[in-house]
Ligand binder design. Structure first.
Ligand code: ATP
Ligand code: MG
Length: 852
């Protein structure tokens, strides 16, 4: 469903996407006749059904398109098929095999066009249909509905749609189905489209006949189910019912009683499928591009749940279980990645619910303080910009309230902000000064770190952030430009007369290696020695090779579900992000470290192949990275059993890495973990520091023979002392308890004492409860002070609470005023804390008034 290497499309939106190269003639299909089912997502670009979904009962975001295909073979016409077979077979499948009543079916045929294309009506299709369908069921369709084009250029042709009328007989008698075809009626819908590709649209806009004709058909699986199961809505089929039932249970709502609730339930039931499949295909919700499309689908579901199903907690993630049960057999990736999908959805729900909560309150304020029916676009922008409250939701909520949004104002606020951020990152770039007319730049950095070069051109770039920098291009370079997660080389240029300029960074721009310097050499037109900082390069190479070994180790130890999701190779350290649903345990990290270090000890020699065909590399077992674009010819780097497609720099032998040490493991997003590690010199420094620390600890312990035993002794001594202190404190409390008991005085039959003691709150409570167990009719108020604070506790025997209507909670609240504090508790025991120890005595003096 997620497309990776099609710059024109983020998601598969029709069955033909996967076969595009066959139609364009860029590749030869293995089979000329194919049937398939294809997950499609129609939420952006040319096909965008998102706003319909939930509101109607037959459009989904994600749906399964069933298709049959013929890839015409111009050399052998007998292999493929065309209109005659496609039409006959479609009819046979629907009426003979599926037993759909032929009287409920209508078909459409292209009527021709009078525009520049001057296309004839599709007489061939009409004549074929006429043989099987009465003529009054054949509808003539215009170019918009019945002429299909892949894009501005390429294969295209007329199509024939099949519509089905599933209304009751009574309704059919009232309005003929023919009048409702293509009229957005929920029970008169298109189920199958047969496309006949017979033309090629050329770059100049003209059409030419294709030598090889193709058939491309698409039938919506969910709509077919609706017809075959005799229900009136896709959501009443067994494809969707399990979700609806689950949503009803979780949200305590009922489907089929109220239109708003129903829409919300349909939205959630639909959207979870789209989001889950997208995550399974590797496209997680994010802030940009395809990830943002997915985030918006999920947010639409969350917001419908929040508003119409009263969900305050994440719940959509729970439907992933249902989905895995329902579809997991046909789509094993759902089962395999269930936890990742659940975690990602849950986390998105949590964060968006927080945003919604906040945003809705703010929007409510905006609405209530609005003067007329129109809401200020500036306010809406503030909500969007500062709080992440999506503008389409604001617009939706306003329209539900009969209010409108000043969109022009919003758009200008948005444009202003874009201008501001553009200005902040503005750089002024001078034109290139050409010294040598040579556009070919050779990279020799895999084999050498030093080479004579000539500067072919340069220019000055000025930015607020970095000041003036010069970009230099050489005819040949040993410098590696930042790419593939590896940072660029540093180094210097040395001219004949000792003229040196430092290269502070190297970048890659449109396949060109650009060297950055702060100054220009005094004499530009000469041969320089270009020298890469060897130490820095060696460290980067060591970290890059270690990254490959780490990748291999993770897949071996955690499983092949581990996929690289990001990587950063610097000279100082490496960072590797990968999919894994739980924290990597300490034992697993140890195993990973051991695995990599074992490969280092084996001193594996680098096996490098340059410019081999991509398919060959993959066939040989090289790992290609998700989201990375590769040319036809690729480079493979192999160390033992680790083989990756890679353009980076590596050590010759893993022994050069010396040692691999993981320094941290953490979460980047739900289901994505990050490992940071060091190698070589950095690892040496790390162990050096550790050992210095150990020496320091030893000397603090007075250099014992056995350091560990010395620490253990210290620990046991410490716990022994702790126990002693506890005992002493207990004794002290017992003594105080005895004293207090002897000081009790009888006031009207109540044993009373109010006194300051030297105990903490817990000890006071302890003493009070012990006394309460020993003395009847006790009324005790104890106070203490420490570090500028005072506490006051009151204990009252339970019988007194009832008989004398005394309440400890109320008493400490009232007495608490003297110590400028507050508190509470239960009627028989309560405590107050305050910040005025000076008032403690007065509070204690007042205690007696309660029993007088
Ligand atoms: P409609 O006019 O109903 O939106 P369409 O013309 O967009 O349909 P096609 O692009 O021809 O449909 O797709 C072929 C088939 O795919 C349709 O006949 C229908 O059965 C199914 N289909 C299309 N869009 C959706 C959708 N959003 N949800 C479910 N099924 C769909
Ligand atoms: Mg459509």
């Amino acid at each position: 469903m997620v497309l990776r290497d099609d710059p024109t499309l983020m998601f598969t939106n029709a069955g033909m996407n996967q076969f595009k190269e066959y139609f364009l003639g860029d590749a030869t299909p293995k089979h000329s006749r194919v049937t398939d089912t294809q997950k499609c997502l129609r939420v952006s670009g040319k096909h965008n059904d998102l706003e319909e979904v939930g509101k109607d009962t037959y459009h989904h975001t994600m749906f399964e398109m069933l298709g049959n295909w013929s890839f015409g073979d111009p050399g052998d016409a007998s292999k493929g098929y065309f209109k005659k077979e496609a039409i006959q077979w479609a009819w046979e499948l629907l009426t003979d095999v599926f037993k759909i009543d032929s009287a409920s079916l209508y078909v459409s045929v292209f009527e021709g066009s009078t525009d520049a294309d001057q296309l004839d009506m599709d007489q061939e299709a009409y004549d074929l249909w006429k043989k099987i369908v009465p003529e009054d069921r054949i509808i003539m369709g215009n170019k918009k509905d019945n002429f299909w084009e892949m894009g501005d250029q390429g294969p295209c042709g007329p199509c024939s749609e099949i519509h089905v009328d599933i209304r009751s007989d009574a309704e059919k008698a009232k309005t003929p189905g023919k009048d409702l075809v293509n009229m957005d009626h929920p029970q008169v819908v298109e189920i199958w489209n047969l496309v006949f590709m017979q033309f090629n649209r050329k770059a100049n806009g003209s059409l030419e006949k294709l030598p090889a004709k193709h058939v491309d058909t698409g039938m919506g699986f969910e709509r077919l189910c609706m017809v075959l199961q005799g229900v009136q809505s896709n959501y009443d089929t067994d494809v969707f019912k399990p979700y609806i039932r689950e949503i009803e249970t979780i949200t305590k709502s009922t489907y089929g009683k109220n239109e708003e609730t129903d829409i919300a339930i349909r939205v959630v039931a639909d959207h979870v499928r789209a989001v889950a499949f997208s995550i399974a295909d590797g496209q997680l919700p994010s802030n940009t591009g395809a990830g943002y499309v997915i985030r918006r689908i999920l947010r639409r579901a969350i917001r419908y749940g929040f508003t119409f199903l009263n969900t305050q907690e994440p719940f959509i993630f729970k439907l992933v279980e249902t989905m895995s049960q329902e579809m997991g057999e046909a789509f094993p990736e759902l089962k395999a990645q269930k936890h990742l999908i659940q975690n990602v959805i849950k986390e998105e729900e949590q964060s968006f619910l927080r945003t919604l909560d906040q945003g809705l309150i703010l929007l409510e304020n905006v609405i209530s303080s609005a003067k007329g029916k129109e809401i200020s676009g500036k306010k809406a922008f503030e909500l969007y910009d500062t709080y992440g409250f999506p503008i389409d939701l604001t617009a939706l909520i306003l329209s539900e309230r009969g209010l409108t949004l000043n969109e022009a104002e919003f758009n200008s606020a948005l444009a202003e902000q874009k201008n501001r951020s553009r200005a902040a990152s503005e750089t002024s770039t001078e034109d290139w000064t050409i010294l040598v007319d040579d556009n070919e730049q050779e990279f020799v950095g895999y084999d050498t770190l030093q080479t004579p070069v000539k500067i072919t051109r340069y220019r000055k770039v000025t930015s607020k952030k970095e000041g003036d920098l010069f970009q230099l291009i050489f005819n040949i370079t040993p410098f590696y430009g930042e790419s593939g997660g590896q940072t660029g080389d540093k180094g210097y240029l040395e001219g004949a007369s000792g003229d040196v300029v430092y290269i502070i960074d190297t970048k890659k721009e449109n396949n060109l290696t650009v060297h950055l310097t702060k100054n220009l050499p005094k004499k530009l037109d000469q041969t320089f020695s270009a020298i890469v900082d060897e130490k820095q390069r060696k460290r980067s190479a060591s970290n890059h090779t270690a990254t490959h070994l780490l990748h291999q180790a993770l897949r071996k130890i955690l499983g092949t579900h581990v996929e690289q999701k990001g990587s950063m190779v610097r000279s100082a350290s490496l960072r590797f992000d990968f999919s894994n649903f739980s924290k990597v345990t300490d034992e697993e990290l140890q195993q990973v470290e051991d695995f990599v270090n074992a490969r280092i000890e084996e001193q594996l020699q680098k096996e490098e192949r340059r410019a081999i065909p991509y398919n060959q590399a993959i066939k040989d077992g090289a790992i290609a990275l998700f989201g990375e674009k590769y040319g036809d010819a690729v480079r493979t780097i192999k160390f033992g059993k680790s083989m990756e497609l890679c353009g980076g720099t590596h050590v010759q032998n893993t022994g050069e890495i010396w040692h691999f040490k993981i320094t941290s493991e953490s979460a980047v997003a739900a289901g994505i973990r990050r490992i940071q590690a060091i190698t070589g010199d950095a690892a040496k420094e790390y162990f050096q520091k550790e050992s210095e620390q150990f020496e320091e600890i030893k000397s603090l312990l007075k250099n014992p023979k056995d350091t560990i035993k010395a620490v253990e002794d210290l620990q046991s001594e410490n716990s022994h002392l702790k126990k002693q202190i506890e005992e002493l404190l207990k004794d002290k409390a017992a003594n105080i308890k005895g004293e207090l008991k002897s000081e009790l005085s009888d006031k009207n039959g109540v044993q009373f004492l109010a006194k300051e003691v030297d105990l903490d709150a817990a000890a006071i409570k302890d003493v009070a409860f012990q006394l309460g167990g020993e003395v009847e009719n006790l009324f005790l108020v104890l106070g203490s002070k420490k570090d500028g604070k005072a506490i006051l506790s009151c204990y009252i025997s339970k019988n007194l609470v009832n008989e004398k209507n005394l309440n400890a909670g109320q008493i400490v609240r009232e007495l608490g005023k003297y110590i400028q504090g507050g508190g509470g508790g239960q009627p028989f025991f309560a405590t107050a804390g305050g910040k005025n120890p000076a008032g403690l005595q007065e509070a204690l003096d007042k205690a007696e008034t309660y029993i007088n």
